[in-house]
Design a protein around this ligand. Structure first.
Ligand SMILES: Cc1cc2nc3c(=O)[nH]c(=O)nc-3n(C[C@H](O)[C@H](O)[C@H](O)COP(=O)(O)O)c2cc1C
Length: 186
């Protein structure tokens, strides 16, 4: 399969079998991430792997967040929590900040985004479903996640990756605007 075909095939998978992901496969995802391009070889990524007991603690943290955010919407809280309860593996990825250098900090974030994309494609090759979450239980934009994983002050959370053996096959077409509408040839 060509790279373009692989890219066309890649999908966000949000439902998983209740089966653990083997350590060897997790290590392959992490290894794939480290080959991503990165400015001046700062290798600005760090991975926090959550399974089993640590995922249970994540669920408790997410419950507190959701109940506080949606106090009048218990159904929304329950359905959002179910997402965590039914995911066998979560990897939180951070990017290092560079003190006093916002440009370098941004470049570090771009590098981590590239690393996450490498993980996504590798996950598919390993037969795993994968989605990068930022909103809701992804908690990327909430300080609680930073504290929960025990990140350093110079680390920013970029992605919360939900991973597991897929229990869904996306049926809807993968719709994208043709590149001609997004391109200016100068
Ligand atoms: C930076 C980023 C943040 C995302 N955050 C969420 C999220 O919080 N929740 C979610 O369900 N999907 C999230 N997604 C997945 C997108 O919804 C998904 O990629 C999009 O619908 C396109 O579908 P596809 O990946 O199958 O092509 C995110 C994707 C990216 C790249």
């Amino acid at each position: 399969m060509t790279v373009l075909e692989k890219l066309k095939q890649r999908r966000a998978i949000r439902q998983y079998e209740q089966k653990p992901v083997e350590r060897e496969k997790i290590e392959q995802l992490l290894q794939a991430a480290t080959y991503a391009p990165n400015d001046r070889m700062r290798e600005p990524w760090h991975f926090y792997v959550l399974q089993g007991e640590s995922l249970k603690r994540y669920e408790e943290m997410a419950a507190a967040y959701l109940e506080e955010r949606f106090p009048t919407k218990p159904q929304l809280v329950a359905s959002s929590l179910a997402v965590v309860q039914t995911t066998p593996l979560v990897i939180v990825v951070t990017a290092d900040t560079v003190e006093g250098d916002e440009a370098a900090t941004k470049d570090n974030e771009f590098a981590v985004c590239s690393a996450i994309m490498s993980m996504w494609l590798t996950a598919e090759e390993l037969g795993l479903g994968f989605v990068w979450r930022t909103r809701g239980v992804g908690l990327v934009h909430d300080e609680r996640m930073h504290q929960f994983i025990g990140a350093q002050d110079n680390q920013r959370v970029i992605g919360t990756l939900f991973i597991g053996y897929p229990a869904e096959t996306p049926t809807a077409d993968k719709k994208r605007t043709h590149f001609s509408e997004k391109t200016t040839w100068l």
